[in-house]
Design a protein around this ligand. Structure first.
Ligand SMILES: Nc1ncnc2c1ncn2[C@@H]1O[C@H](COP(=O)(O)OP(=O)(O)O)[C@@H](O)[C@H]1O
Ligand SMILES: [Mg+2]
Length: 285
């Protein structure tokens, strides 16, 4: 199940939720200011169908006025703010000026927020439902990523991960596709037994990726194989995703990402698994 309206829309006791999500809520935070790259509004692409250009949740994030915003705690590398929206709904805002520089070779501060959106788009087009809806938006005169806030989440402690093997398998494949270099337990949220993947600002680069765990030689969930098969057959979706990514990433990064989808998709469709010795996943040429 993807993050849906019902999960996050009911009237949120924001203060309470924010306290729950981060007990360091009130702690001061030293801003690490990067030189902000000015955001260029992408030109509208006429060939994109309105139905898939943006979802209802994305529209909420993009259009609802901000009621208030506050900084989250001191344990984040980047500046992270909790935003309450008018007419219900809340989000996590990561402003471009709060992007900590020099975290990864080849990934410049000033681009993380675009990578957050790009990762969400990959998730959405593949139908994985791991990443909360994420848009790019200007708030109080500054551009950044705005991601749907997932309430009442915990870390992995107390969660029976053996029940989540299929989700973790999907996560492994997703992190490979977006070439994520920052997957650790702090970047996973658990809402009961539902897993959410967050914090994708350090993805799509060329530095060595990092996996929390891997599933070589283990049969892939049928649903995942089906999703990849469906996507790879759908030339229109592939083209639209590629065009959307080109507005956010470099040409080379987009090409590499598309190659990885094709690479892992074809392996999983053919073998139903990734074989450690024959097919182990690397960045395909
Ligand atoms: N979509 C979200 N829903 C709920 N909480 C979130 C969400 N995104 C981030 N958070 C909270 O904010 C913290 C920091 O966010 P993260 O994106 O990991 O920032 P950083 O890049 O600084 O590591 C997370 O550990 C989590 O507690
Ligand atoms: Mg993080």
């Amino acid at each position: 199940m993807g993050p849906d309206e019902e999960t996050v829309e009911p009237g949120l006791e924001t203060e309470e939720l924010a306290q729950k999500i981060n007990p360091f809520w009130e702690q001061p935070y030293q801003l690490a200011r990067a030189v902000a790259r000015r955001w260029r509004k992408p030109e509208a692409k006429t060939e994109i169908e309105p139905t898939i250009a943006s979802t209802h949740q994305e529209d909420i994030l993009s259009t609802r006025d901000k009621k208030n915003k506050r900084e989250l705690g001191a344990d984040s590398a980047n500046v992270v703010l909790f935003v309450e929206l008018e007419d219900d709904g809340s989000a996590i805002y990561k402003p471009v000026s709060g992007e900590q520089p020099y975290l990864r070779h080849g990934i410049e501060a000033g681009t993380y927020y675009q990578r957050e959106r790009a990762a969400y788009l990959v998730d959405r087009f593949l139908g994985l439902g791991l990443v909360p809806p994420t848009v790019i938006r200007e708030l109080d005169g500054e551009i950044g990523s705005l991601q749907q806030f997932i309430p009442e989440t915990t870390g992995s402690w107390g969660v029976d991960l053996s029940q989540l093997q299929e989700d973790l398998y999907q996560l492994w494949v997703f992190d490979y596709i977006i070439w994520n270099t920052d997957r650790h337990s702090g970047n996973l949220l658990f809402q009961g037994n539902k897993l959410f993947a967050i914090d994708h600002g350090l993805s799509f680069g060329s530095e060595c990726r990092m996996f929390m765990r891997h599933f070589y030689d283990i049969a892939a969930p049928k649903q995942l194989v089906g999703l990849l098969e469906q996507f790879l057959k759908d030339d229109k979706s592939k083209k639209i995703l590629q065009e959307l990514l080109e507005e956010l990433l470099s040409e080379d990064e987009v090409k590499a990402c598309v190659r990885r989808i094709e690479h892992i998709g074809s392996k999983l469709i053919k073998n139903g698994m990734i074989k450690l010795n024959e097919d182990s996943i690397f960045n395909p040429e």
